[in-house]
Ligand binder design. Structure first.
Ligand code: MG
Length: 490
């Protein structure tokens, strides 16, 4: 087994010389390197005294599969062998063990099913063509932007309502996730899906319907045992990142399985998946997700965009297995989600991103909020009437700076984001993020739980209006950063 691997990736950042391009190191479990290892590597870089270069390395053809020997025959001093593999083949066979491919082929072949898949000119394209197209029979016309381009075709390959503009429009939605009235006179696909530049993120759309990533992982978890062979024996545990909505918690409770709330970063999920090997409990089969369009399971140690698309196709395949074809009774993505809300309640959710904020201004916002956390903590659980103009009658019961105690390796992660939890379970979370390209990004996560089925069809912005007013007021974000509105709303 390989001890690790390097991944050259721009992930979900736009292309171009000015933009981020990273070298990732994943360790032998296939997941992102743990902090202990990266800290260790960083320490050692401080004492590097020389670097060896090989300026005359002969070029070899990356487009031809097979072995190339460089620097002499095998075993010759200084010689080595490079193997070019087709990763689509390996990955397809791995997914073939997770999903019921014949059932997915039956779904794709239905006359009342159509889908649109957007590879966003990133690495997802060849996987989409190979697996959705060649294996499952999705027509080539449904596979969009599947040719990887060095500059991602001038687009920003981040699958969300803002950047996957073309797909969002095609599925009959506006950039706020609401129905686009101009789409009502044309047919739209039953399933829309997009992936980021390195194919680990995903966005799921139905016809004129946006599935929030927080709802997506909750719905997949609720349906996994019946729809996906990998989970036939049941899901053993589930996890979400702290800012992800609590929709998954309700499913975990109903299934009677443990639910972990972890800091943002896939390595925390990886630890739980490897718990048994690390001397702890077995949490597999395991499902996890984050609001930032990441979804996955223990079939690999990274989030997996195409896996999420196939998971949704599996749910549609099972739900429609007995439904007569072409009679207008196809069970849609929206039907599945609405039924889910009816059973578990709806967690309205949205995220505001203030990108490229000057670092000192961003720090000032967090410091200002930190004082409110201290003030509320001192009240020891006594609710505070927030009394914010336009903020309704919400009462703040709990505020903290999220700390995670990893049950597997015992590590403690502090300062993972400021949480403000209201009496009815609604939450506002503030986090500084380092994954953007320039300056600091302030993320504000707003969530409201609604049990009343008659209130499940409000536009998200309306349902969250009061909480949004509270978030802007308590953070003084406009005053401290000069920003009148967020850069991106997802
Ligand atoms: Mg990525």
């Amino acid at each position: 087994m390989a001890e690790g691997g390097f991944i050259l990736t721009a992930s979900h950042n736009p292309g171009g010389l000015e933009e981020d391009f990273g070298i990732k190191y994943n360790s032998s479990n296939g997941g992102p390197a743990p902090e202990g290892l990266t800290n260790d590597i960083f320490e050692r870089t401080k004492s590097i005294s020389f670097i060896r270069w090989c300026p005359n390395l002969p070029l070899f053809d990356l487009d031809t599969l097979g072995l190339t020997t460089i620097g002499g025959p095998p075993g010759y001093p200084g010689g080595f062998t490079v193997q070019v593999i087709d990763p689509v083949e390996d990955y397809a066979s791995a997914l073939g063990r997770v999903f019921d491919f014949p059932a997915l082929r039956t779904l794709v072949a239905r006359s009342d099913f159509s889908m649109a898949y957007d590879g966003m000119c990133g690495v997802a394209g060849p996987y989409g063509r190979g697996i959705l197209g060649d294996i499952l029979g999705v027509p080539a016309s449904s596979l969009r932007n599947c040719n990887p381009l060095p500059d991602f075709g001038g687009h920003h390959p981040d699958p969300n309502l803002t950047y996957a503009e073309e797909l969002v429009k095609l599925c009959g939605l506006t950039r706020t996730g609401d129905v686009d009235p101009s789409s009502l006179d044309r047919p739209v696909p039953q399933l829309g899906a997009a992936q980021d530049g390195d194919a680990d993120r995903n966005m799921i759309l139905g016809s004129r319907f946006f599935v929030t990533p927080s709802d997506s992982i909750a719905v997949i978890t609720a349906n996994a045992a019946t729809a996906i062979p990998f989970f036939r024996t049941g899901v053993a545990a589930a996890a979400r990142s702290m800012p992800t909505s609590c929709a998954l918690d309700r499913v975990a409770r109903a299934l009677g399985i443990p639910l972990f709330e972890v800091p943002t970063g896939w390595k925390f999920f990886g630890n739980l998946m490897d718990s048994l090997e690390l001397g702890g409990k077995n949490y597999n089969p395991f499902l996890c997700g984050e609001e930032s369009f990441g979804t996955g399971s223990n079939h690999v140690r990274e989030k997996d965009g195409l896996w999420a698309v196939l998971a949704w196709m599996s749910i549609l395949a099972v739900r429609n297995a007995g439904v007569p074809e072409g009679k207008g009774s196809f069970v849609t993505v929206e039907d599945v989600v609405r039924e889910h809300w009816k059973k578990y309640g709806r967690n309205y959710y949205c995220r505001y991103d203030y990108e490229g904020v000057e670092s000192t201004a961003a720090a000032a916002v967090m410091e200002h909020l930190g004082k409110l956390v201290e003030k509320q903590s001192a009240r020891g659980g006594t609710p505070t009437c927030l009394d914010v103009p336009g903020g309704g009658d919400y009462r703040l019961t709990h505020a903290d700076n999220f700390t995670y105690h990893d049950p597997v390796d015992g590590s403690v992660s502090k300062n993972q984001g400021l949480r403000f939890i209201m009496e009815d379970g609604s939450r506002i979370v503030f986090r500084l993020s380092g994954t953007g390209s320039v300056g600091a990004t302030i993320r504000v996560y707003i969530e409201k739980f609604e049990e009343d089925t008659t209130k499940h069809s409000l536009p998200t912005a309306e349902a969250l209006k009061e909480l949004a007013a509270i978030a802007l007021y308590i953070s003084s974000i406009e005053k401290l950063t000069g920003r009148k509105e967020p850069t991106v709303i997802t």
